[in-house]
Design a protein around this ligand. Structure first.
Ligand SMILES: *[C@@H]1O[C@H](CO)[C@@H](O)[C@H](O)[C@H]1NC(C)=O
Ligand SMILES: *[C@@H]1O[C@H](CO)[C@@H](O)[C@H](O)[C@H]1NC(C)=O
Ligand SMILES: [Zn+2]
Length: 300
């Protein structure tokens, strides 16, 4: 009885909408922050042979990223986490549209649908989560795995940041993004129903931080995202939380890495594009062959 109650509450949260965007990837590892500071310095002052700023490339860089989408649901109804083939295709299209300016193209390799209540409702760090990902994760460290499912704690999503991984370690299997099923295009998450939660989360997977990370003086270590003192909710035009000569520009409320409503989010900056490739070259490209073939397929 207790279980059913909490299940109902979680699903209610998932479908009734949230007062603001809630992302579980709020704390990049210190190591990654240090790397971001280093990359910022490099793109500013002395680009080396392997770290040439992407904006100087005569031909804009592109990167194809293999994508695996896993829908894990309680039962095969729309309010229990199930999404249709069309929903998957629509989410895939939104991801490609939103990342188009960066040169990243996702190549949808795998779609799985799995009915499993424990996995569908698995909270972050739980045994069920690792079991699910050990069974479903596909490809190497340069493969993006997205789990579209109900989530506990009223989160819209969470993602792992890039790091050093050991092949077949838990850290390797946990790599990827979890996205609330009702945030897919046309979903029931009010204000977060255009599929841009996946875009935001995948930004973390590439190594981007929140634009408000660390507040006015902290920042996201990307030069062309204006300083931002607090997360945005809604779409407050003219919001400017960091004022004075040191902090030019209004808050980047239209940036995919802020917390605005989906309809308000429209851009990655040039600096974020460069950062994405710096992180890619550092972490995902060299570890891309860390892969295994999975045995489990589709529904069980
Ligand atoms: C799906 O699960 C919900 C919640 O447990 C239940 O109320 C509903 O009857 C189930 N629907 C089907 C078709 O099994
Ligand atoms: C993944 O592993 C398989 C089997 O070892 C190998 O053939 C394949 O080339 C690897 N894929 C990548 C992208 O390295
Ligand atoms: Zn986030």
């Amino acid at each position: 009885m207790k279980f059913h109650l909490s299940l109902a509450t979680t699903l209610l949260l998932a479908t009734e909408g949230l007062s603001r965007r809630t992302c579980g990837s709020d704390h990049p590892p210190v190591e990654l922050i240090e790397k971001a500071i280093l990359f910022r310095a490099m793109s500013k002052f002395k680009p080396g042979p392997n770290s040439r700023p992407v904006e100087e490339d005569p031909v804009p860089r592109t990167q194809v990223v293999p994508l695996h989408i896993h829908n894990v649901f309680v039962n095969q109804t729309r309010d229990q986490g199930y999404i249709t083939h069309e929903d998957v295709q629509n989410q895939f299209k939104v991801l490609n549209d939103n990342f188009a300016s960066t040169g990243v193209k996702f190549d949808l390799k795998t779609v799985t649908h799995t009915e499993d209540k424990a996995w569908a409702m698995a909270s972050r760090g739980s045994i069920s989560e690792i079991n699910m990902k050990k069974a479903l994760r596909r490809g190497g460290y340069a493969d993006l795995n997205i789990y579209i499912r109900p989530l506990r704690s009223g989160l819209l999503g969470y993602c792992t940041f890039p790091t050093e991984v050991v092949k077949d370690s838990d850290k390797f299997f946990l790599d990827g993004c979890d996205v609330l099923f009702s945030s897919v295009p046309g979903g029931s998450a009010t204000y977060y129903d255009e599929g841009k939660t996946a875009t935001h989360e995948v930004g973390h997977w590439f190594g981007l931080f929140h634009t408000f990370q660390g507040g006015c003086s902290g920042g996201d270590f990307v030069d062309d995202t204006p300083a931002e003192g607090s997360a945005t909710s809604g779409c407050p035009l003219g919001k400017d939380t960091c004022r004075g000569d040191m902090y030019p520009g209004e808050d980047p409320i239209h940036n995919y890495m802020d917390y605005s409503y989906d309809a308000c989010m429209t851009e990655f900056t040039e600096g974020q594009r460069v950062r994405l490739y710096q992180m890619w070259d550092q972490y995902r490209l060299p570890q891309g062959s860390t892969n295994r073939t999975t045995t489990r397929t589709s529904m069980h």
